[in-house]
Design a protein around this ligand. Structure first.
Ligand code: G4P
Length: 533
């Protein structure tokens, strides 16, 4: 049964997305400008206290500072035109962790942010692959056009070749770096003139009649104008019209150009985004049929758990992506895994770094519910019956270590703690067949996970341990072409086991993986794995 019309309207105006990028591409800067356009902040520099700019103070951030861990807010919500936009943070830099990948399980689209000088970087590629797994539609924003960088055609070619995804330029830059003079919007057939000396957000906009329009020569030097002419002739001639269906299935990415720092091209991106970004999408369930976001049954899943966010309460917050229906504070829900009823009593929505209690939320929204230990990553809740969405996969760790506990008497306590923390998704454990589970290997995607692990072992379990690093950097789950887990590999590999007893190989470097692939042409080496059912 569908939910009542007013709630349907709310759901259909939700747009939930994340920015995927390599550190320093400008994610914070772009986020800030998006929040500025959404009216959440009125002056840039309010979002993050980086390099001395205005810091947002909350208990939560204070705690993170004390721990030496920086996290920004998890979800930023703003209204633009008639839409309610949820921008999910994908932690980067030092705070990169498996959570960053998991966030992408909770979005309906993503914006891939690329530094025009750097092109497709390693982190972007990894995050892109996670989006690709779910066929998430991807917008591309090419940033820092006010700086020297790659030729736009070469950049598009690089994106297409590196990621195997077609690009559709929505805008086209008029020059770059010192010669950057503006952007041509192919949809509205207008040019926006970039003027570094401009005050405020006003930009001059002129209609554009195509590659022969004299305006190119008015604003650009002859050489740049001729280059843009050539580029436009090429893309106008070679490209079919924008194929919305191919975009929605993740095959084509619409590309916009701009400078987040100069707040130029950001609103063009936002206009395009609001026109084409999908509303909350139906989710696959393990039982088979998809869950319609407009269903009257409230349902959602946990994609992230943040421990001890509030020093006074020592609470944990489970971040829930609502998949269908309406959330009401205090509502009773069925916890599918534990098969018990829970009351979702405390909830928060996050605007910039402030926590605000919310009474209502809709499919597409993220709510933070207070957790006293009931939730694990991937848990599902619903107001009626038992709903289970597809599992959140585990992603290949790149950092490995072992724990050395000073007091041998505390060994079993440590094993118990590790077991618990791995179930929570904080780290991954692997069993060495020669050693067994009493001394597991610990895998993490980012350095922060180790920091948090040591802190929590000390803080919550009173365990004083030392981390001994291991040289592995690559983990892969071998499977047959039919998708069956296998430990039958040619070559001298130790087969480790993960927590659900799936075979895994751990390798020192990418080169070893290439060798494994060459030796085992019939085996697929997976970078992520879901629980086999
Ligand atoms: P991140 O969150 O992706 O890591 O990147 P962030 O926004 O922090 O930006 C990284 C650096 O790139 C910052 O410079 C930022 O100002 C700069 N930047 C972002 N967008 C643009 C752009 O469109 N043009 C230019 N020229 N620079 C851009 P910084 O020196 O680290 O900090 P700041 O002193 O400028 O704040």
């Amino acid at each position: 049964m569908k939910i009542a019309a007013p709630a349907q309207k709310e759901i259909l105006r939700r747009r939930t997305f994340a920015i995927i990028s390599h550190p320093d591409a400008g994610k914070t800067t772009l986020t800030e400008k998006l929040l500025y356009h959404g009216g959440v902040i009125h002056e840039t520099g309010e979002v993050k206290g980086k390099s001395g700019s205005k810091a947002v103070t909350s208990d939560w951030m204070e705690l993170e500072r004390q721990k030496g861990i920086s996290i920004t807010s998890s979800v930023m919500t703003f209204d633009y035109k008639d839409l309610r936009i949820n921008l999910l943070d994908t932690p980067g830099h030092k705070d990169f962790s498996e959570d960053t990948y998991r966030v992408l399980m909770a979005v309906d689209s993503a914006c891939m942010l690329i530094d025009v000088a750097k092109g497709v970087e390693e982190r972007t590629k990894k995050l892109y692959e996670v989006c690709r797994m779910r066929h998430v539609p991807i917008f591309t924003f090419v940033n820092k056009l006010d700086r020297e960088g790659k030729d736009p055609l070469a950049l598009i070619d690089e994106v297409e070749k590196t990621l195997g995804m077609q690009c559709y330029p929505v805008t086209w830059p008029l020059g770059i770096g010192q010669r950057f003079r503006g952007i041509y919007n192919r949809i509205t057939q207008e040019v926006m003139i970039y003027d570094q000396r401009r005050e405020g957000d006003e930009v001059r906009i002129f209609p554009f009649k195509g590659p022969d329009d004299p305006i190119l020569f008015e604003y650009l030097d002859r050489e740049s104008a001729e280059q843009v002419q050539g580029e436009l002739e090429l893309i106008e001639g070679a490209l079919p019209p924008f194929d919305e269906k191919a975009f929605l299935s993740g095959e084509i990415s619409p590309v916009t150009f701009g400078s987040a720092k100069q707040n130029f091209g950001v609103n063009t991106f936002l206009d395009f985004f609001t026109r084409f970004a999908p509303a909350p999408q139906a989710r696959k369930t393990q039982a088979g049929p998809e869950m319609d976001p407009l269903d009257a049954n409230f349902s959602g899943f946990v994609f992230k758990i943040q421990a001890n966010m509030d020093r006074r309460h020592r609470d944990r917050v489970a971040f829930l992506r609502i998949c269908s229906g309406k959330f009401e504070r205090g509502m009773k829900v069925q916890h599918s895994r534990l098969q018990k009823e829970l009351r979702l009593a405390y909830s928060n929505q996050f605007v910039a770094a402030d926590r605000e209690t919310v009474d209502e939320a809709y499919a597409g929204d993220i709510v933070g519910v207070n957790d006293t230990g009931n939730f694990a990553i991937g848990d599902c809740v619903s107001s009626q019956g038992k709903v289970r969405f597809e599992d959140i996969p585990k992603f290949a760790p790149e950092l490995f270590g072992k724990l050395v506990v000073g007091d041998a008497m505390k060994r079993s306590k440590m094993q118990e703690a590790l077991q618990h923390l791995s179930e929570e998704g904080a780290i991954q454990l692997f069993m060495d067949p020669h050693v067994g589970m009493q001394d597991p290997l610990i895998g993490a995607v980012g350095e922060l996970q180790f920091e948090v692990l040591l802190h929590r072992l000390q803080d919550e379990y009173n365990l004083d341990v030392r981390l001994q690093r291991l040289p592995f950097t690559v983990a892969r789950w071998p499977k047959t072409k039919e998708g069956k887990a296998t430990d039958q590999l040619k070559g001298d590999f130790t087969i480790y086991r993960d927590m659900i007893d799936q075979p895994v190989i751990l390798l020192n470097q990418e080169w070893d993986l290439n060798w494994a692939v060459r030796e085992n042409p019939d085996i697929e080496f997976h970078t992520s794995i879901s629980r086999a059912r």
